[in-house]
Design a protein around this ligand. Structure first.
Ligand SMILES: [Fe+2]
Ligand SMILES: [Fe+2]
Length: 297
């Protein structure tokens, strides 16, 4: 069974994020009216661009080694999609920064990996040098791609999650990003297999992501509120209440159980069939009269 049969389509879009000015609470807390959830979505948007740059570098390092021309086409589509996600999230991040969210900080902190990787790639250009380190990044990418694909499935399958995004353009961005995450969900994994990285590397990364991913995000949301949100600093009880509410939202339903199959040897992302969900959202967003047909450049 194969979910992806053609190379992932790269779509450049026009988003109009300027409508939010963050002057009122409903405007600033665009995710379900919740301070914690809104800071968490802002953090995700902030870490996507540097994170996606890591995914692109870790896969592109091996693209010349791939013998299968179809996989090379898939890799080109994957890189194009991830680069476009980073581009449009950076547009949103500028808007979020203007609203008081510390998006620039999170991006800056993550850019240290870029500096380190670029130094090592320059110093040791052959893909066979430092193989463990390169496998480490590819393993991280494969685990993170499963994380985002699971998230994407949850977002696209549940109208309740859609309804939690009060701002239509942020909802559009998340839906488009989620669709493309499902379109290319197997590409990094196929590269990982073609390169012959041991299964244990990706499984160890998933254990880390599963145990630490959500706690780290919650911690980052609290730091974000404590350092930049005057309203939040004065309302610790609200922060605790909203943290519990946020973790109970349908966005996280079944999240941990969906990570389990990935930790088995022999797992492949196409074992989770999302073909119909992808086809539905391709029509819904980009078909004739699709929700984002007028956004396409
Ligand atoms: Fe992405
Ligand atoms: Fe992705």
């Amino acid at each position: 069974m194969t979910n992806v049969t053609t190379s992932p389509a790269v779509r450049r879009l026009n988003f109009g994020f300027g409508a939010l000015d963050g002057q009122t609470d409903t405007d600033k807390y665009f995710a379900d009216g919740s301070m914690v959830f809104s800071h968490l979505i802002a953090i995700l948007s902030a870490i996507f661009p540097p994170g996606e740059d890591i995914f692109v570098r870790s896969v592109r390092r091996y693209s010349d080694q791939l013998a299968d021309p179809d996989l090379r086409r898939q890799v080109a589509g994957f890189i194009g999609q991830e680069k476009t996600h980073a581009l449009h999230h950076r547009e949103l991040n500028e808007q979020l920064a203007a609203m008081g969210y510390p998006t620039a900080w999170f991006e800056y902190l993550l850019q240290f990996t870029e500096r380190m990787e670029k130094f090592l790639d320059k110093q040791y250009p052959g893909p066979d040098r430092l193989p463990r380190l390169r496998h480490f990044f590819l393993g991280f990418t494969v685990a993170a791609e499963h994380f985002t694909a699971t998230w994407a499935e949850n977002i696209l399958k549940r109208p309740e999650v859609q309804a939690m995004m009060y701002d239509p353009e942020i909802r559009n961005l998340l839906n488009w990003h989620a669709l493309e995450e499902l379109e290319h969900k197997s590409v990094a994994f196929d590269v990982y297999r073609a390169v012959g990285v041991p299964e244990s590397t990706r499984i160890r990364w998933m254990r880390f992501a599963q145990n630490c991913g959500v706690p780290l995000l919650v911690l980052a949301a609290w730091v974000s509120i404590a350092t930049t949100d005057q309203t939040g600093r004065r309302q610790p009880i609200r922060i605790l209440r909203e943290t519990v509410q946020m973790l109970r939202t349908p966005m996280w339903s079944g999240f941990y159980s969906a990570m389990r199959p990935f930790k088995k040897t022999g797992f492949h992302p196409d074992q989770i069939d999302t073909t119909e969900l992808v086809a539905y959202w391709q029509r819904e967003l980009f078909g004739t009269d699709g929700q984002l047909a007028d956004h396409v450049r």
